[in-house]
Design a protein around this ligand. Structure first.
Ligand code: PEP
Ligand code: MN
Length: 365
């Protein structure tokens, strides 16, 4: 008996939808017209799609842009299903959307990033979906808040839904590097650790925001053992009414499918196993040294704290901290480590050092 949370979810392969190598969703950002939808779907014919996607209620950041065709487009999607055999799915944001989708027998629903952010909206969706048999996918909230993401899943789970999965589409954060919404992979990895029964799908389109990054981001997701992908595909991306920069043509999508490699967590290969065991032992030794050094560093920090306190000197030493950060980033960069990694690492170390220095105050209460 598995006691981990949500362990009674229906496994992906028992959802009654097509899954070949992995869960695969593709289709345009938005349903723009019956012809546009059919052109994308026909272009995808022959691909092993789990479902064909299209947004019909579009949550746009600013008003006055294309906000989707609404209920009218549900019948266009049914036509796609009739003509191609693909299951179809849309984003829902309120109970009226759910009602319309259930009436039109839409196969899969997903909750968008902006909606997951709002517990009232998710609760209302959960009530309107109570015990529904169809699968519901939950995109991560816009902000990097794992609690909100898990909370949304719990609301749906508590409403009796058992075909649940998450879609990781990246987070709106200040440092974007080359991404539209940086992945912050550690967050879905932590979700997987806490809720191993919940399948994780990657949406490389909203993550990268650029068509040329869809392949590497998708491969990275498969390398991280994701259960599948949701990719925006449009017959004529440059003419798309939303997300024109990030949509692939059906041909580009097919070519990507041909290049993607599915990884497995383990291998029976003896040579691989022996070599990995050796390397893992080396990693264990290095980690032990890192931990010993960190402990040693904290002992010095503690001695400094006493010195500072006796002399009525502040814990934070901005000048020294600037120097530590600059020199460590420079040293590490010379040795081939990335400046971003070094800066993030030293921020954590410094924050912990401050905590050690301030700890006596909290203990003296
Ligand atoms: C979408 O899938 O088109 C969409 C609006 O995505 P997100 O909710 O991830 O922004
Ligand atoms: Mn989109």
């Amino acid at each position: 008996m598995n006691n981990s949370p949500m362990s009674d979810l229906v496994p992906l392969r028992q959802w009654g939808l097509r899954i070949e190598n992995f869960f695969l969703c593709a289709g345009p950002c938005s349903a723009e017209s019956p012809q546009q939808l059919l052109a994308a779907a026909k272009g995808l014919q022959g691909c092993p799609l789990t479902f064909f996607r299209a947004g019909i209620w579009k949550p746009r950041t600013r008003p006055g842009t294309f906000e989707g065709h609404g209920v009218e487009a549900l019948s266009w999607l049914r036509r796609v299903r009739d003509e191609t055999g693909f299951a179809v799915g849309v984003e829902v944001a309120d109970p009226a959307h759910v009602q319309a989708c259930l009436e039109h027998k839409i196969d899969v629903l997903w909750i968008g990033a902006r909606t997951t952010t709002n517990p009232f909206a998710v609760q209302a969706l959960a009530e309107s979906l109570r015990s529904a048999a169809l699968p519901v996918l939950v995109k991560n909230p816009v902000s990097p808040d794992l609690g909100l993401w898990i909370g949304a899943l719990e609301r749906l789970y508590n409403a009796g839904l058992r075909k649940l999965a998450v879609i990781h589409r990246g987070f709106a954060v200040a440092e974007t590097e080359q991404y539209r919404n940086p992945p912050l992979w550690r967050i879905p990895i932590e979700l997987k650790r806490r809720l191993p029964a919940v399948p994780v799908i990657c949406d490389p389109s909203h993550m990268s925001g650029r068509a040329d990054m869809i392949f590497p981001v998708s491969q990275e997701a498969l390398d991280l053992l994701y259960d599948g992908l949701m990719v925006e595909v449009h017959a004529n991306p440059t003419q798309a009414l939303s997300d024109a920069q990030q949509q692939l043509t059906p041909e580009q999508f097919r070519s990507m499918l041909g290049r993607l490699r599915v990884r497995t967590e383990l291998s029976p290969d003896q040579q691989y196993q022996t070599r990995m065991e050796q390397l893992r032992r080396q990693i264990d030794e290095v980690d032990e040294k890192i931990i010993d050094l960190l402990r040693k560093r904290m002992d010095i920090v503690q001695a400094m704290a006493e010195c500072k306190r006796r002399t009525e000197v502040s814990t934070l030493q901005p000048e020294r901290w600037r120097e530590v950060m600059a020199t460590r980033v420079a040293q590490g960069t010379r040795k081939g480590l990335s400046p971003e990694f070094l800066a993030a690492l030293y921020e954590v170390i410094h924050e912990e050092a401050i905590r050690w220095q301030e700890r006596p105050l909290f203990n003296d209460q």
